[in-house]
Write a new protein. Structure first.
Length: 324
């Protein structure tokens, strides 16, 4: 029989995402309801290294579910990538009696959780990233809020673009994954969607389509450009020079990470947080909570890290058919 866990820790690591606070709140209240002690770790693995560890009560997480960002804060931690750093982190967990750890973040965060699991700390990962780039799950905390934030911003850009008969290039986040760009492209009715997964786009063809559409009477043009493609400002200059159409670049940047989470992000994050605690209480470790086919599941971290997420072909086909 697995040893009963008495104290769990929770941290948020990597990029922040709306809904992380809902997950933290759920972890804390579910654990307290089971008679466990909960310790919050500030600033992710970096805070763990520096022993920024606090006790969390139900009151500490009240009035947080509607807040964006993460109340535990987050940071990158190079030391956690080294064997010495991993051993130090495990030793600190043991020093503070943390027998189980809930890690909310992306692939890099899960890699750290995997190392801690190998060193005797029961770990459960919860996918928190606005990029939706974790293959073991159809949902990641923060994506729904981020895509709605970007969509609303692009609607506003379209209004002024239409008024001035401009071409507008709107750059959304997504260094290696184009989900935000793809969803915004469809939701905002963009004429072009540039994705990091598709490196073979031809700028001269885009210019030709802009000219052809203008000749048919189209007065404005929206291009959604993923961060991983980038170069939006210079691209705007080249397009304006080639077409004679006033072209502006708007880079949405980190505003997509902020804001009050949507109902979906609050509810899904809350359920995932509760499931993470239940898995720890069952003696499970080295798992990632996920959502697939309407069910909340758990997957081995090793398996999750080896998966490669690809953009859904049918969504790509639909986007291309609608961009006319």
């Amino acid at each position: 029989m697995a040893k009963r866990i008495r104290t769990i820790g929770v941290l948020t690591s990597g990029g922040d995402a709306p809904g992380m606070n809902a997950a933290i709140r759920s972890v804390v209240r579910t654990a307290l309801g089971k008679g466990l002690r909960v310790r919050g770790i500030r600033r992710g693995y970096q805070g763990l290294m520096e022993e920024e560890i606090i006790d969390l009560s139900a009151r500490d997480v009240s009035d947080t579910i509607q807040r964006g960002g993460t109340i535990l804060q987050t940071a990158r931690c190079k030391e956690m990538r080294t064997e010495e750093g991993q051993q130090k982190a495990a030793a600190i967990c043991k020093k503070y009696g943390i027998e189980g750890l809930v890690v909310i973040g992306g692939d890099g965060s899960f890699a750290g959780a995997q190392k801690l699991a190998n060193l005797g700390i029961n770990t459960i990962g919860i996918p928190g990233t606005i990029d939706l780039d974790i293959d073991c799950t159809e949902y990641t905390i923060g994506f729904d809020t981020a895509v709605n934030t970007a969509m609303e911003a692009i609607d506003k850009v379209r209004d002024t673009s239409t008024s001035h008969q401009r071409c507008s290039i709107v750059e959304v986040m997504g260094r290696d994954a184009g989900y935000l760009a793809l969803w915004c492209g469809i939701a905002n009715g963009a004429e072009e969607i540039l994705l990091p997964e598709e490196h073979n786009y031809d700028e001269s063809e885009i210019i030709k389509r802009i000219i052809d559409n203008r000749d048919r009477g189209k007065k404005h043009y929206i291009i959604i450009n993923a961060e991983g493609v980038g170069d939006s400002i210079n691209m705007a200059k080249r397009i304006e020079e080639a077409t004679g159409m006033e072209t502006r670049a708007t880079i949405l940047g980190h505003m997509q990470r902020g804001g009050s989470p949507t109902a979906k992000d609050r509810v899904y994050a809350s359920i995932m947080g509760a499931k993470a605690v239940e898995l720890l209480c069952e003696g499970k470790t080295n798992r990632v909570v996920g959502y697939k086919h309407g069910e909340y599941i758990d997957v081995d971290i090793d398996e999750a890290l080896n998966m490669e997420k690809k953009l859904p072909e049918y969504q790509l086909e639909v986007a291309k058919k609608l961009a006319i």
